[in-house]
Design a protein around this ligand. Structure first.
Ligand SMILES: NC(=O)c1ccc[n+]([C@@H]2O[C@H](COP(=O)([O-])OP(=O)(O)OC[C@H]3O[C@@H](n4cnc5c(N)ncnc54)[C@H](OP(=O)(O)O)[C@@H]3O)[C@@H](O)[C@H]2O)c1
Length: 331
């Protein structure tokens, strides 16, 4: 197909800087794959911002189109599993990392990366969730799997105004949990209360500097999205038998902890990975997100942006100042 389409392209200049611009690509230049998808919505995640600014841990080669999320309609397929007209979601795997991503009107991907849009969810809603929402759902699922039910006590959510954090607050509230939101933003009280948080804790007030091996238990569990000292503090602060999930590292990749929370309180640390999460288990998670888990506040989490507005949003998320989700609408 000779067709041209619009995308955000990140290029490296001769001086080594990374430059983002909206430009045209040809469908024939997309990577090989069984399913060609006309993208209607994408969304901005922290990892996209890393890719768009040249982080080699995320994207090795430039020019490149980021976007780890895409939702749209199958245009053509050589796989018997997908037909033209199917409404589909793609998140994770290599999309937007070293495979041309969702900040574009078209993507072409392997058939097993594709998930059917579940009943009860629009394409738009699927990208309000995006990878952030899928990761939040996997985190909630890990709490449930480990027996941390709403009756057990409050759940702390860190990075609460960010993508994963804000959706985790809303999902937990929807499922009947008491949520204590941990945020760096004193100004975000109303936003977090609207999502269902009963208490807001400023990150500076949570972060333990005492060096103690254990603190007074105050949470039944926690969804941590930031890592570092914050995660270390949570491990010391959950009740006997509690679970802390771990998915992110904006506060640091090192976790200064001891074995004591594990061997004296029997707590669990649950690692969450949305990227390589098995294809065959994805539809069941999306199904829950479309039905009983869907927060009434989902729409209020998103603000819609265009490809042209992405560079500004990328700068905002890199500064840790994003609130909720930036939903990218493709023309
Ligand atoms: N494992 C996976 O599969 C997976 C999937 C998705 C995301 N992630 C990771 O999860 C993290 C969050 O992703 P996201 O897309 O939700 O990002 P995001 O929208 O930027 O949210 C991160 C939030 O963390 C807080 N924060 C920012 N800088 C911080 C710092 N230095 N120390 C402590 N908190 C800080 C801010 O919230 P407050 O101001 O409210 O504190 C910020 O909004 C990232 O590290 C991302 O790479 C992992």
């Amino acid at each position: 197909m000779e067709k041209e389409f619009q995308c955000l392209l990140v290029t490296q200049t001769d001086t080594g800087e990374f430059h983002q611009e909206v430009t045209q690509k040809r469908v024939q230049d997309l990577p090989p794959g069984e399913v060609l998808i006309r993208v209607q919505y994408s969304s901005l995640n922290y990892k996209d911002a890393l890719s768009a600014t040249g982080n080699r841990g995320v994207t090795r080669q430039f020019p490149h189109t980021p976007g780890i999320d895409a939702a749209g309609v199958v245009e053509s397929s050589t796989s018997p599993d997908w037909q033209p007209g199917d409404e589909v979601i793609v998140t994770g795997f290599d999309l937007g990392m070293n495979t041309s991503g969702g900040f574009a009107q078209y993507i072409r991907v392997p058939a097993n990366w594709v998930v059917r849009l579940p009943a009860g969810m629009s394409l738009r809603e699927s990208m309000v969730y995006g990878t952030a929402g899928f990761t939040a759902a996997l985190s909630v699922e890990a709490l449930l799997r480990n027996g941390v039910t709403p009756q057990k006590g409050p759940i702390a959510v860190t990075g609460a105004t960010g993508g994963v954090g804000s959706i985790a607050v809303a999902l937990l509230h929807q499922l009947g949990y008491t949520v204590h939101a941990v945020s760096s933003k004193a100004s975000a009280q109303d936003f977090l209360h609207q999502l269902g948080a009963t208490e807001i804790i400023l990150r500076a007030d949570l972060e333990d500097q005492s060096g103690k091996a254990l603190l007074k238990p105050r949470f039944a569990g926690a969804v941590d999205t930031v890592g570092g000292q914050v995660l270390a503090t949570l491990l010391k602060s959950v009740h006997y038998g509690g679970t802390v999930t771990c998915c992110g590292m904006v506060n640091g990749a090192e976790v200064p902890t001891t074995v004591f929370p594990f061997i004296l309180r029997g707590i669990q640390l649950a690692g969450i990975d949305s990227v390589e999460y098995p294809a065959e288990r994805r539809p069941a998670v999306w199904q829950q997100m479309a039905q009983g888990w869907k927060p009434r506040t989902l729409e209020t989490l998103a603000h819609e942006i265009t490809l042209q507005e992405l560079p500004q949003a990328i700068a905002t998320i890199l500064k840790g100042q994003m609130q909720g989700r930036a939903l990218v609408r493709l023309p």
